[in-house]
Design a protein around this ligand. Structure first.
Ligand SMILES: N[C@@H](CCC(=O)N[C@@H](CS)C(=O)NCC(=O)O)C(=O)O
Length: 330
């Protein structure tokens, strides 16, 4: 773990605020690829490349959208090593990860430095890399997920959208509602430096989960009867929960398996084409337990628990699996 300060690498852990709370730093590269071919980054096949970690819930949002839209032939993907040591994310050949064939980098920070030699900030995944200008277009998962959803239709193999017209405000509202208590909430519990900060994050997290448990009793997906970006955002936290967050981040008031609707919803999503293929439970487990030595100083990776996501679910009772057709295709 570390960060760049004016282009220099420092092996610093996240600095908490004065109350011991985890504060997620803002993301720096915020440009976008445009289907209208406006601006610095017009849509072009094979011009952009996605760097991800299978372990990272944020990167997994972008990767999931990339899979659901069928973008593998136009946007290549490179997967970093799940073990993030003092040099940050790297390319070391861990099974299931890649060497950086595109740029020949050994460490991900080299790409940040190529994009900005004086970069100050954390070296995070995901990043969308522009092969032509050799720079980072964007490193904010929510924006990358949206970009793949709305800007790449001309080359998408699957004519679907996860931000359907008529539901857009609701989708954005649910993504926002999930962010602080749930997606970031598990980190606020796990990275808390005081008892109070941990307890507050943990209680807010479980209050939110209980609320979603009630919503998912009456509808198949978080925004209604169709799969949306908001489900992707929820999924990437839920799929890590019983395996990692319960023990490693002390989010242990209950497991997802103890919430019948959340558990069946998780099974449903995992069994939807695109989800299991981009979910690597081994990378997830190795990453959190090995890399976050401020939380787990021995770096011992536990053998369990075994979480079987392939068992039958009961979600068909609420309606069929449904993805909305993209307005831009066909
Ligand atoms: N805001 C970013 C956050 C991404 C992020 O924090 N990724 C983590 C992995 S889960 C990371 O790369 N951390 C490295 C570090 O902070 O040093 C996004 O949503 O894309």
């Amino acid at each position: 773990m570390g960060m760049l300060v004016n282009g220099e690498w420092r092996t610093d852990w996240y600095a908490p605020d004065e109350a011991g709370r985890f504060v997620r730093p803002p993301t720096r590269f915020r440009d976008r690829v445009s289907a209208q071919r406006e601006g610095r980054f017009p849509l072009d096949p094979c011009r952009y490349h996605l760097y991800v970690s299978y372990a990272c819930p944020w990167a997994s949002r972008a990767l999931l959208m990339h899979a659901l839209k069928g973008l593998k032939d136009v946007v290549g993907v490179t997967v970093v090593d799940p073990r993030m040591g003092p040099d940050g994310w790297s390319f070391e050949g861990f099974p299931g990860s890649d060497m950086d064939r595109l740029n020949g980098a050994r460490h991900l920070r080299e790409l940040y430095l190529r994009a900005d030699p004086h970069y100050t900030g954390r070296v995070t995944v995901p990043i969308l890399w522009d092969i032509r200008e050799r720079t980072i277009v964007n490193n904010e998962s929510r924006e990358l997920m949206r970009m793949f959803d709305t800007e790449f239709d001309a080359f998408a193999l699957h004519p679907v959208t996860l931000w359907p017209e008529g539901l857009r405000e609701r989708v954005d509202g649910v993504i926002n509602a999930l962010y602080e208590p749930v997606n970031n909430g598990v980190y606020k519990a796990g990275f808390a430096k005081t008892q109070e900060a941990y307890e507050q994050a943990c209680r807010e997290l479980f209050a939110a989960l209980e609320g979603w448990e009630r919503v998912l009793a009456r509808q198949r997906y978080v925004c209604g009867d169709v799969l949306t970006e908001a489900d992707l955002c929820f999924y990437t936290t839920l799929v890590r929960f019983d395996l990692i967050y319960y023990a490693h981040f002390k989010c242990n008031l209950a497991r997802i398996q103890d919430f019948p609707n959340l558990w069946n919803y998780l099974l449903d999503l995992y069994q939807t084409p695109g989800f299991a293929q981009t979910t690597n439970l081994e990378h997830i487990k190795v990453h959190y337990y090995w890399s976050q030595d401020a939380v787990n100083p021995t770096r011992i990776v536990p053998l369990g628990p075994s979480v079987d996501l392939s068992v039958p679910h009961d979600r068909d009772r609420l309606g069929p699996r449904r993805l909305a057709p993209s307005p831009n295709i066909g």
